[in-house]
Design a protein around this ligand. Structure first.
Ligand SMILES: Nc1nc2c(ncn2[C@@H]2O[C@H](COP(=O)(O)OP(=O)(O)OP(=O)(O)O)[C@@H](O)[C@H]2O)c(=O)[nH]1
Ligand SMILES: [Mg+2]
Ligand SMILES: [Zn+2]
Length: 298
């Protein structure tokens, strides 16, 4: 049976690039439907999946099987990627640390080899706010300051993309599609406007799609989203999603420690010694509360 990769999905169709063919801007894609049993299973096939399909007489196909995934980003759902660039804007829409932490936790939950933070629209702010980003740098994240409008940071991002599959994820309107157009003008992605009143994006990008970058690498532009679904996470694993908390967990007195009210907690001790940031710890508590509230609702 032929195999290929799902490059994007739209309206129940899965657009597949035949194995062995190169992804180019105008590559021929095969439109496929899912076999019934795959349809019934939510998330059985997502963008990026390697699949086996059957060719029908009319030039379309039917996906029969999803092959094992190398990696899986849960939000937005994209398979077989190497890194994710969590993209925010310094302004319009404004960044806040809780929202950034929520996106980071979602990415950590997915176990993606490399998570990078990109702060776009630096042209609106003037100078780089190193202090705001310090906790994230200390947690081990690479942070890139960029502007799709004046071009700063673009060369750095372009270098990072070579030889990899990179997802750009983040809220609507932060400039994910604009950054990609600045990286490679051949992409010609549609970009939106920011609503005057609420300074938010208008969900311009509608589907996640794999795109070839002419200077090397594959990028995945994705629709903006709000990172509202954290209540589904396992509270016992939450601290693991903060990389700088990981080595501290084993120092907790209770092995069921939630690092909130318990005495002799490795994370709270590190906090009082100034070894981890107050902001990150507060984000942890806030997300923990979201998970606990959800459990109570049942
Ligand atoms: N000042 C400034 N504006 C930018 C920059 N990058 C993007 N914008 C503007 O921000 C708006 C939204 O940009 P998009 O690229 O559509 O944002 P997006 O993240 O792809 O949004 P969704 O597709 O809705 O998720 C557009 O009006 C862009 O012109 C930047 O670096 N500086
Ligand atoms: Mg977009
Ligand atoms: Zn603890």
């Amino acid at each position: 049976m032929p195999t290929g990769q799902v490059i994007k999905t739209y309206n129940g169709f899965y657009y597949v690039l035949e194995a062995g063919k190169e992804l180019t801007v105008n590559a021929q894609l095969l439109s496929c439907r899912l076999r019934g049993r795959l349809k019934r299973e939510k998330g059985a096939v997502v963008t990026g999946d390697m699949v086996e399909y059957e060719l029908l007489g009319d030039g379309t196909g039917v996906i029969e099987k999803c092959l094992p995934r190398k990696s899986m980003l849960h939000r937005p759902p994209v398979a077989n990627i190497d890194q994710v660039i969590i993209t925010f804007a310094v302004k319009e829409p404004d960044i806040n640390s809780l929202l950034l932490n929520r996106f980071l936790v979602l990415a950590e939950w997915s176990d993606i080899p490399e998570i990078i933070i990109c702060l776009n629209k630096l042209d609106l702010q003037g100078d780089v706010d190193e202090a705001f980003m310090k906790p994230y740098v200390e947690a081990g994240y690479r942070v890139i300051f960029a502007s799709a409008h004046d071009g700063q940071g673009i060369d750095t991002i372009r270098e990072m993309l070579k030889g990899k599959v990179t997802v750009f994820a983040g809220p609507s309107g932060v400039g994910k599609s604009s950054l990609l157009n600045a990286i490679d003008e051949n992409l010609g992605l549609t970009t939106g406007v920011i609503s005057e009143k609420i300074k938010r994006g208008k969900h311009t990008t509608r589907v996640a799609s794999f795109l070839p970058v002419s200077t090397g690498g594959i990028v995945v532009d994705t629709p903006g989203f709000s990172a509202a679904e954290l209540e589904h996470l396992d509270k016992a694993l939450l601290a693991e999603y903060f990389p700088e908390f990981r080595p501290l967990i084993e120092k907790c007195y209770y092995n069921t420690c939630t690092h909130s009210h318990e005495p002799d907690c490795g994370i709270k001790n590190a906090l009082s010694e100034g070894l981890i940031s107050q902001e990150r710890y507060e984000a942890y508590l806030s997300i923990l509360q979201t998970i606990l509230d959800r459990k109570k609702a049942y």
